[in-house]
Design a protein around this ligand. Sequence first.
Ligand SMILES: Nc1ncnc2c1ncn2[C@@H]1O[C@H](COP(=O)(O)OP(=O)(O)OP(=O)(O)O)[C@@H](O)[C@H]1O
Length: 282
Amino acid sequence: MMNYSSRPPDGPRAPGVPEPPGPQAPPPAPAVRAEALTVVRGPGTVLHDLHFTVPRGRITGLLGPSGCGKSTLMRAVVGTQAKVTGTLDVLGRPAGHPTLRSRIGYVTQAPSVFDDLTVRQNLDYFAAILDPGGRSAAERRHEHVTRAIADVDLTTHADALAGNLSGGQRSRVSLAVALLGAPELLVLDEPTVGLDPVLRRDLWTLFHSIAADRGATLLISSHVMDEAERCHRLLLMREGRILADDTPDSLRTRTDSETVEAAFLHLVDEATAADRTKEHTR
Ligand SMILES: Nc1ncnc2c1ncn2[C@@H]1O[C@H](COP(=O)(O)OP(=O)(O)OP(=O)(O)O)[C@@H](O)[C@H]1O
């Protein structure tokens, strides 16, 4: 408890008496907060009553098998998913709020680039939408575009047509577009799929520097469990439900597992056993 006895609350401070600590700053609001989040797609419920938070300035990995609902959850966060119920706050606003558009960068699984433009032309196009304006803006745009291309390691391909790039290179053009506006929240849907190990490592280094240097929050999906080890926090999903919301270390410790993959399998087995027990007691 704080001790203010050396002076009255608003009185002068006695000489030599250190300034008492101020009231503790409340922890920063999470970048994403979901309460009873449920999503229906087509005939079925795809996300079931999810409760979780995504802390600011950290990398949260969204991991789980194909079809478990990772992309659906990301679409809900960026505000492009229909039939979302419950509470979903993003950067202090309800998901999909118009003011969030320029604060979130979103990279879908299918790279969204123009094949008949070069890498630089693709970025110039999106930079002009984000930062329209005359000569002074043009210089700034050029700088941002050049930096985003370098960030994703495509400087040597800046003048190549996007249509002539490999799948992994096209994904990186999409990522560069998302980096352009220096978003506070980056939502990346399986950004490392199809990339070789060196590129994957380099991209994860980039993700960490974006979080550390720019204070951005990253929500990154993957179904490759070794990538889980690179995240500060994990949301493990299975069949539209959150199986765990924890750090990799704590997950391994509490399941007595050596890897996050083993921890995930342990939790799946536990959940399956619990489901069976429920069925038997019905
Ligand atoms: N357009 C749609 N209409 C109806 N159901 C859909 C639609 N798109 C996806 N689904 C269903 O929603 C569920 C979750 O899909 P989602 O794409 O979110 O999973 P995912 O974990 O991202 O999978 P992957 O890793 O393969 O991309 C799946 O069961 C899928 O069949």
